[in-house]
Design a binder for this molecule. Structure first.
Ligand code: SD4
Length: 331
């Protein structure tokens, strides 16, 4: 299977504006506590997403509303090719979406393999609020969404369809290998977002169209509570982007939160979770994983396997795109 990254490298990239003009800072200078509220999210498509979240946070709103509003921005943007509408389809040409959401009380909702709905994060929130379950999948998730007033929309854009057709024609082999030569700052991926509001309540959301041209039926880490996202209101939250299989095998976001519970800073906890992957998973160097984390003091941090991952940060006095430190410092 072609990876999303090698696919992106061959495609025309449309970059959502906000990140481009933003200053890029080194992660190492951004370890100290900041005042509430704080919102962080993966990649530079997090910059406009953070702005939407901030509107809610600065007016005293709940972090749960903020993260939902935030990640809806790339979900609805057809130029973000790895989330929501305009996402890269699977190998059969279908756009299937994964998303989840979690709040400071430990409430969680998730949808996987959801077709035709632009905002899977909002469906995930309804799963959390209206059902006794955590996760709905496929046709059941779609029926639940339609029963609750969501409407069916076409997620596959003309451009993505043309690219998929071309890929179909060219496809010679199925490979899960990610070509790190092609990992650049402009490769936009899953959005994971964490926010702490004025009252110190932490919530998180994660939403994606998954790995480009994935096998039909494949679900990644992003909608899996504990893998793509985890929040514990007494400790903090973490979320992941990158090759979901590696995150699932190490239950990465849960691991980051547990390490913070045991006293690690968000950055150190993210680093340890990346090291766990490096220790346990052969050929991890071929993949990118980026973790971000936020604790109840408002401290934040990140770490990734390969250089090139960045995250968007907004606090009362900072609006920045931050380069994450990398385990493999080359590229
Ligand atoms: C997945 N983690 O489906 C997601 C995709 C992603 O960089 O973040 N790719 O595996």
């Amino acid at each position: 299977m072609i990876s999303r990254r090698s696919f992106i490298a061959k495609s025309t990239l449309v970059v959502t504006g906000a990140g481009l003009n933003s200053k890029v800072f080194s992660n190492s200078v951004l370890q100290s506590a900041s005042k509430f509220p704080v919102v962080i999210s993966t990649w530079n498509h997090g910059m406009p997403a953070n702005e939407a979240a901030w509107e809610i946070l600065e007016s005293g709103g709940h972090s749960l509303d903020a993260v939902e509003a935030g990640v809806r921005v790339p979900e609805g943007d057809p130029n973000v090719i790895t989330v929501g509408k305009g996402g890269i389809p699977d190998a059969s040409g279908k756009v299937t979406l994964d998303a989840c959401i979690m709040d400071e009380k430990g409430r969680a909702g998730s949808v996987t393999y959801l077709e035709h709905i632009v905002h899977p994060v909002s469906v995930a929130r309804l799963v959390m609020e209206k059902t006794p379950h955590v996760m709905l999948s496929g046709k059941g998730a779609l029926k639940f969404a339609l029963d609750n007033g969501f409407s069916k929309e076409k997620l596959l854009t003309k451009k993505r369809k043309e690219e998929w057709k071309k890929w179909k024609k060219e496809q010679k082999e199925f490979s899960n290998q990610i070509n790190i030569e092609n990992v650049t700052e402009d490769n936009h991926d899953t959005i994971g977002m964490l926010a702490i509001d004025e009252q110190g309540r932490i919530s998180g959301a994660c939403t994606t169209s998954g790995m480009g041209y994935k096998m039909p039926g494949r679900v990644g880490d992003s909608p899996i509570i504990g893998a793509g996202l985890f929040v514990d209101g007494e400790v903090g939250g973490a979320t992941a982007t990158g090759s979901g299989e590696l995150v699932m095998k190490t239950l990465g976001s849960f691991l980051v939160v547990e390490l913070m519970r045991n006293g690690m800073s968000p950055s150190r906890a993210c680093e340890e979770a990346v090291k766990r992957i490096a220790k346990k998973i052969p050929n991890y160097q071929q993949h990118q994983i980026g973790y971000i984390a936020l604790n109840t003091k408002g401290e934040y941090g990140s770490f990734c396997i390969n250089a090139g991952f960045n995250y968007a940060l907004k606090t009362p006095d900072k609006t920045e795109l931050v380069d994450a430190e990398a385990w493999l410092k080359k590229l």
